[in-house]
Write a protein that binds this ligand. Sequence first.
Ligand code: AHR
Length: 523
Amino acid sequence: MRGLVSLMAVALATLTTPAAAQEVISGTIRADQPGPVLSRNIQGQFAEHLGRDIYDGIWVGPDSTIPNTRGIRKDVVDALKAVKVPVVRWPGGCFADIYNWRDGIGPAAKRPVRKNDWWGGIETNAFGTHEFFDFAEQIDTDTYVAINMATATPASMREWMTYLTSTGEDTLAQERRANGHAEPFKVGFVGIGNEAWGCGGAQTPEYFANEYRKFATFHHKNGSTFHMHNDLSALRVASGPNNDDTKWMEVVLKEAGPLMDAISLHYYTVWHGDWTQRDTAMATGFPVSHWNEILYQAWRMDEVLRGHEAVMDKIDPKKRIGLFVDEWGTWYRTEPGTEPGHLYQQNTLRDALVAAGTLNIFHAHADRVKMANIAQAVNVLQAMLLTQGDKLAKTPTYYAFAMYLPFQDATFIPVSAPAPMLKAESGSFPAFTLSAAKAKDGKTYVAVANADKDKGYKLALDLGVLKASKVSGQVLTSAKLDAHNTPGQKEEIAPAPYRGGKISGGKLLLDVPAKAVVVVGLE
Ligand code: AHR
C-alpha cells in the first residue's frame, strides 16, 4: 500500500503544470539608495560528522581509488571551489558536543575509534583537525570551528585553540608542528556551543548564558579589554535560539552579549513547521499539494528573522553583534533504504526555490545577518552535492548558489515589485521574491525566485538612476516539480542561458517562467 501511495505521488509530482496567462507587474530598482554589503559568508556551508557528509562525501582516504588529494575527494573540492564557498562550519552540529579534538590528531593508525552517539555508526577519526584545515585550504575557504561546550571544558577549548594558532615554543604548538603543520592554522570563527537548548545539553537560556560567559572568558579574543594578554583573532559565536524562540535571544544577549561577536540561529524548513512531522514531506515524488507548504515554511525565515532582530535591535542598537543563521535548509523523510540517522535526502527544483528565496530573504536582512550555513555540504539534508562511490551529482541547490555567486560581497540595492500571495496549508507566501545588488565586477545583478508552480510573471522594473542597455543571465527551471540529479546519471536539471530579459524605456523587463530561479547581470 505504501508503495502504491508513493507511486501515485511520483505521478502527481512529475505532471507538468498547465501554461497560464502571465501577469505584468511593475516595480522599482533603487540604485540611488544602496544598502549594506551582502557578506559573502551568507553563502556559507556546514560539514558535520554525520552520515556520509565527511566520510564518502569529503574524505575517502589517501589509498582510495576515488581521485583524491591527501584523502580529500577531488570532484568535491572542484565543485565547491567553483561556487567560492566562503566559510565552512565544522565538526557539527550535535556531533560537536560529543567531540574530543584530541581524537583527531596524530598518526591516523593510532587515533581512537568511537561510536558516533548522535548519528549512529563508527567515528574513525581519520578526518580530524589537520584534514579539515587541509580541506579548507583546498577549497580556499574560511573556517568556523564549533567547539564542544557540553561534554568538554574551557580548558579543552583553550588547548585546541592554542594547538591551532600558537606561534610560540609551547608544547601544544610543538605538537602541531610534529604532526606536520609548522604554521598556525587560520581560524576565522569559533562557535561556543551548538543547540545548547537541545542536543547541546538541554540548557535553559539563563544557565547557558552563564556557561557561555565562562567559556568566552577563556577565549582571550584580540581587542578584549578583560585580559592583560589576548592572542586569538577568531570571532566568538554564541549558541543561539531555535526557530522563533525570542526569549532565548533576549536572555542570552542581555546576560552575555558583551562577550560575543555573533549569535547563531537555527531554522529548518520542515513539514507544518514541526520537526516531529518531518517524515510527512518527501524530497521527491511529493504530491503537488506539498509544494506550497514547503515554500511557505521556507518563507517563514523572514518572520523568524524579524522577531529576533526586534530583540537584538533593543539590546544592541548599534548592530555590533551579527546574526549567523548557521543551520538552515529543508529537512524531509530520508531516502528509502538509507540509514534514518544519516539524513540522506534527494534535492529538487523545489529545494532550489527554497535556496534562492532564502538567499533573497538574507539579503533583505543583511544589516544583521552576516553569515548563514546551509545544512549540509554533501549527502546530508539540503545538500549541495550528492555522492555515490566515485560518482557525484550537483544538486539544484548547488546550482542556485552558483547563480547567486555575484551577490558575494556585493552592495545591496532595494528592489521591489508586489507579488501575489499564494496559499499553503499553514499560511500564505509571496509568489516571487527579488534581490538586487551592485557586484564587485561593477555590474548590477537582479535575482528572481519565482516559487509559483503554475504561473510565470512579466516584471517591469523601473531602473531609476541605473544606466544599463544589456541584460544577460541564467535560468534554472524544469517541467517537473521534482526534477533532480542523481550521481552516475545524466543531469536532469541545470542552469540554462536566460533569454527573457530586455531593457526598454528605462525599465528592466523580465519574463520569468513558473517555478524558476532567474539571475541577470545588467551592463
Ligand atoms: O544538521 C543536522 C543537525 O540538526 C545538527 O547536528 C543539529 O545542530 C541540528 O539539530
